[in-house]
Design a protein around this ligand. Sequence first.
Ligand code: 5AD
Ligand code: SF4
Length: 466
Amino acid sequence: MTGLRKLFVKSFGCQMNVYDSRRMADTLAPEGYAETATPEDADLIILNTCHIREKAADKVYSELGRMRRLKEAAAEDGRDVLVAVAGCVAQAEGDEIIRRAPTVDLVVGSQNYHRLPELIVRAGRDGPLVDTEFPVDDKFDHLAAPSATAIRARGVTAFVTVQEGCDKFCSFCVVPYTRGAETSRPVVKVVAEVERLAAAGVREITLIGQNVNAYHGTGPDGRPWSLARLLERLAAMRGVERLRYTTSHPLDMADDLIAAHRDLPALMPQLHLPVQSGSDRILAAMNRRHSCADYRDVVARLRKARPDLALTSDFIVGFPGETDADFAETLGLIGDVAYAGAFSFKYSPRPGTPGAEIAEQVNEAVKSDRLQQLQQAIDRSQTAFNRGCVGRTLSVLFERPGRHRGQIVGRSPYLQPVQIDAPASLIGTIADVTVTEMASNSLFGALAQDASQQTSRVPAHAGAGA
Ligand code: 5AD
Ligand code: SF4
């Protein structure tokens, strides 16, 4: 090992990339790489990329232009900088990246991060290198675990990948090609990782996977466990106060998982359940394998199990063949479901996916107009959801200092950011907050005890335990 070197990792796209970036940093830490917050002083720069939409992929190339200039400036100072591209663009484009951006020294696919230490040495010594094979060994077995110090520095909430890849082949989506076939990590591995996180002070765990509710990892009994069973196991662990999971497919919303929303207090009343469109015709063209009625039925069963469930979704506008009538059905669904929020996107044809081959593409102006209408509908729904929280007392896990002095920020059970004036010593704890105000994206309030002092003359201790 040589002296300490600096590593800058930039994540694009989804939470799995955030998780993978951390595991890359953990794997490189024993090799003498310490993370830095800026690329200017880094010896190794990793761009962990996203290929989900054209814009996301384009960002990589503009970022690589910046990296080229940084690398040239460092060379003038006699410093070598290695630039690596990881993630889904790496997986999808392979050596094409080096052809387009010769500044890149290493292209590493999403299944090969455990080989980074060796790949970096080879790329530094022998020149540009591409490794995008899907290996037979499991990268998770070889990726290093974070140190307790690293866990603490990252805060009281953590992601844990439990499932990767997807077998659904929605006709717009590159994930089955970039992340490969659907695989689940064994239960014991997940439990061990969560144990380590909880022991270092993490209070909230979000299980992540491209299609997380298809989870079927091998249990300690040698049989496949469902996501519900895994959640039940984790909910019983000491220190694990809150659980979430994302992202789910409506078809895999099994009965036991719906029941878990009723039975597990640690499972937060919040669910991201993308539907993409409210039109059966478009759902069929998207190969979603469910109708709008199927989705409404899943939502009804979830709400029966957990009436206050905060639901969010993803929507795509302008999928090939989408008419005004199809789009109106999407707006109708949004009106009915009362979403707590949603992400919405213009359809972006992705090379190699069936959607990109359809002749009848929707024109850009129509897509823009529909996106605007959709976002207005979602904003109205989100505002109504947040307004419904004003006056309520919600438990909040405080995560970090707020923007202003004396302020701290946490998350409600419904995942809304909540800001209050309170001492920083509360960070890492869960406390009841009475919500007094809302903005489009967050809630404001006061500790329930303080609020009761402000609003009534009852001595503070009289309210305790209420
Ligand atoms: N174009 C637009 N949006 C897409 N998504 C996935 N692929 C595309 C595409 N080709 C959206 C879906 C998915 C989210 C992660 O990204 O809504 O749920
Ligand atoms: Fe992509 Fe999700 Fe469909 Fe899988 S289920 S193909 S990840 S949109």
